[in-house]
Design a protein around this ligand. Structure first.
Ligand SMILES: Nc1ncnc2c1ncn2[C@@H]1O[C@H](COP(=O)(O)OP(=O)(O)OP(=O)(O)O)[C@@H](O)[C@H]1O
Length: 272
């Protein structure tokens, strides 16, 4: 990552809204390198509050997606990656030797930029995490599919066509289906990487409403380019710049009275 000459990085400024209990995720002194020398994350320390929505914002290439992908060890799939530091979910270190990566990914549901329904029916998409778990009980699967589709605000639109291909849904419906599939696996945390970037404004508004409805039931971490969206949906916002966590605090404060000069410069459009 390029670092402008002479640039210095003061300590992260914190002013979090806390949820009261222990955090869902704790990240401590976390560093990541792609391929030996290209450091993408620098000494990130932050806690993600349980049941709240946390937004990761910052200019392109600042490490938002990299950090998000560390939370379910998706970066493990990239050759030559090296990490230092610790990430724990509900107290257990997900990078500890012998940690069960499949179990970790189940605890951290993921929704990607582009909706990625499987080429199967609407019903089977949502039933998928249960089938992978070896669940055969039809009544239980039916109930979970309905509950998850209701949870993702899609049930009314698809209840009469559950056996039709998911690929026939609109982009916004497909994204809500992917959220239903993620919910059906009963994750503790939902990770969303720019979930609205491929959607039109109406579909985007529906996903934002949905995030609001899911608040409290799940801990949500959302990467977004869209500052208005971060302002609308999140409780806490983490502003990242060149792989550093510059400011992490209550969203309303980050957007109206940020405590770090660099955050101020970014939200007022001085760079980005
Ligand atoms: N697979 C990879 N291999 C090597 N370098 C990578 C890889 N993925 C990301 N990077 C680098 O890591 C840095 C952070 O990238 P990342 O995608 O996490 O940023 P971002 O803030 O999510 O950007 P954007 O908003 O553009 O998606 C960038 O310099 C990027 O080039």
């Amino acid at each position: 990552m390029e670092r402008p000459q002479g640039e210095t990085f003061p300590q992260t400024v914190y002013h979090l809204k806390t949820a009261g209990g222990p955090p869902a995720v704790e990240i401590k002194n976390f560093n990541l390198w792609y391929g030996g020398t290209a450091q993408a994350l620098f000494d990130i320390t932050m806690s993600i509050e349980k049941g709240l929505v946390t937004a990761l914002i910052g200019p392109s290439g600042c490490g938002k997606s990299t950090l998000l992908r560390c939370l379910n060890r998706m970066n493990d799939l990239i050759d030559g990656i090296r990490i230092e530091g610790r990430i724990s979910i509900e107290g257990s270190d997900i990078y500890a030797p012998g940690a069960d990566v499949i179990a970790i990914r189940k605890r951290m549901g993921m929704v990607f930029q582009k909706p990625n329904p499987f080429p199967m029916s609407i019903y089977e998409n949502v039933a998928y995490p249960l089938r992978v778990d070896g669940i055969r009980d039809k009544a239980l699967i039916d109930a979970t599919v309905e509950q998850s589709l209701r949870g993702a605000a899609l049930w009314e639109e698809v209840k009469d066509r559950l056996n039709e291909s998911a690929l026939g849904l609109s982009g916004g419906q497909q994204q809500r289906l992917c959220i239903a599939r993620a919910i059906a696996g009963s994750p503790e945390v939902l990770l969303m990487d720019e979930p609205c970037s491929a959607l039109d404004p109406i579909a985007t508004a529906k996903i934002e409403e949905l995030i609001d409805e899911l608040r409290g039931q799940f801990t949500i971490v959302i990467v977004t380019h869209n500052m208005q969206q971060a302002g609308r949906v999140s409780d806490n916002t983490a502003f990242m710049y060149l792989g550093r966590l510059i400011e992490y605090g209550e969203t309303a404060t980050v957007f109206t009275r940020p405590l770090a000069q660099r955050t101020q410069d970014y939200i007022t459009g001085r760079f980005g």
